[in-house]
Write a protein that binds this ligand. Structure first.
Ligand code: UFG
Length: 394
């Protein structure tokens, strides 16, 4: 395609004949509309080749770890993003940091999606929302065991309110943030989407299973008119945006491996405990499929594009999002030590209750159907996680 053959327009639809359509270094970004091409922030003006406006996408939990990276990917892909977040596990400056990356303002409304009236009012005020990506949820496995009602209450009621809000406004496209936790310890590895969903090992995991069922039942019901959803089952997202403007910001002591590693290396924690070295794996430590958070973010854009372009085959589609390679806890530690040159203080400790021994994805369905593939390897992931940790010191 020769782009100079097209007459660029400003986003208001006015012809921009006298404007050079491209400058050196401008990046092409394809939006949900195949006719449109937008240029990134290296341009003072954004151009489109048809009169369509940006599609507006609601990102719930957009200030959180995966939500913020996905907001960046959406904006860079030409979508307009509005975020809803109650800031229960995130910080206000994330909004500005997203702007620092994309150069595009991002709308944020701060409220709790468990508030049915407030959620209804939000959807009524934003009837032009064309798609919803729902991240907002509690996610700490251990906390969910200690306080199950917090998890069932928050994760399920907010989803219910969103589905009702979408029904009332005709917004019919949903991407849901699910987890490979639904597979438990799979009998076959790598695990594909056809593997049976197993009894959840924690209330957190159970909320993901129930949420998947709630969405599926709703979409297949007579009460629901034309809604479609993609359920994305994440493996283990790690790393941060290359700019180190956004990343994972665990409040308090991290539950997850990689922030614990980076905080230990940065001197914020004394020692990493490696939970279990007697698993049936190559070095005795548990295996997971770690995926870079920006790779994950791009998969959300692909899933959304697919539905908005009417390419989905079923009203509910499920995709695994992983790299297809499993790494042990010791592999992760060694990769971290290699890329940073810093020896990590760690010690072996008993297994953590509820942990599965090994799980990694068969991502072929997403590779083929979404035309998406995770690109970043473990060392790149660790490098970006460390760069992010270092940026927090400043
Ligand atoms: N681990 C340690 N020490 C730590 C933290 C973790 O050894 O301080 C180990 C765990 O025991 C596990 C591995 O590192 O073997 C990964 O643990 P994470 O807590 O980082 O990730 P999980 O696989 O337990 O959980 C993640 C998400 C969940 C999601 C789950 C699906 O946090 O939300 O993946 O498998 F449900």
């Amino acid at each position: 395609m020769i782009f100079s053959d097209f007459l660029p327009r400003t986003l208001n639809g006015e012809a921009a004949e006298n404007q050079p359509p491209f400058r050196d270094g401008a990046k092409l970004i394809f939006s949900g509309c195949e006719k449109c091409v937008f240029l990134d922030r290296t341009q003072t003006l954004l151009y489109t080749f048809c009169n369509r406006k940006f599609m507006k996408i609601l990102v719930t939990g957009g200030m959180g770890y995966i939500g913020s990276h996905t907001a960046v990917a959406l904006q860079e892909h030409g979508y307009e993003v509005v975020m809803v977040d109650n800031l229960s596990n995130s910080r206000r400056e994330v909004q500005e940091n997203i702007f620092r990356i994309t150069g595009k303002a991002i709308a944020l409304e701060v409220f709790d999606l468990c508030n049915a009236d407030r959620t209804r009012a939000f959807f009524s005020a934003h009837k032009d929302i064309e798609g919803v990506i729902h991240f907002a949820a509690h996610k700490a496995v251990g906390e969910s065991v200690a306080n199950p009602m917090k998890y069932y209450g928050n994760n399920l009621i907010s989803l219910m309110n969103i589905l009702r809000g979408m029904d009332n406004t005709g917004s019919s496209t949903l991407v849901f943030s699910s987890s490979c936790t639904v597979y438990g310890q799979p009998e076959e590895l790598p695990v594909s989407e056809e593997a049976p969903v197993q009894k959840a090992l924690s209330p957190y995991g159970n909320t993901k299973q129930i949420s998947e069922e709630m969405i599926t039942d709703h979409i297949h019901s007579e009460a629901c008119d034309g809604m479609r959803a993609v359920l994305l089952r994440y493996f283990n997202p790690i790393g941060a945006h290359d700019s180190a403007h956004i990343g994972e910001l665990p409040l308090g002591v991290p539950d997850n491996l990689v922030p614990y590693i980076t905080q230990t290396a940065a001197g914020k924690r004394d020692q990493l405990k490696v939970f279990g070295n007697d698993y049936n794996t190559h070095d005795g430590t548990a295996i997971r499929d770690y995926i870079h958070v920006m790779d994950l973010a791009h998969a959300h854009v692909k899933a959304l594009d697919r539905m908005l372009q009417g390419k989905h085959k079923d009203p509910v589609e499920i995709f695994n999002l992983g790299t297809g390679t499993g790494y042990s806890v010791m592999d992760v530690i060694k990769a971290f030590e290699k890329v940073t040159g810093k020896p990590l203080n760690y010690a072996f400790a008993p297994r953590r209750p509820g942990d599965v021994e090994k799980v990694w994805a068969n991502p072929e369905k997403a590779n083929k159907i979404l035309q998406w593939k995770a690109k970043q390897n473990l060392e790149q992931m660790m490098r970006s996680a460390w760069k992010w940790e270092m940026s927090l010191k400043k």
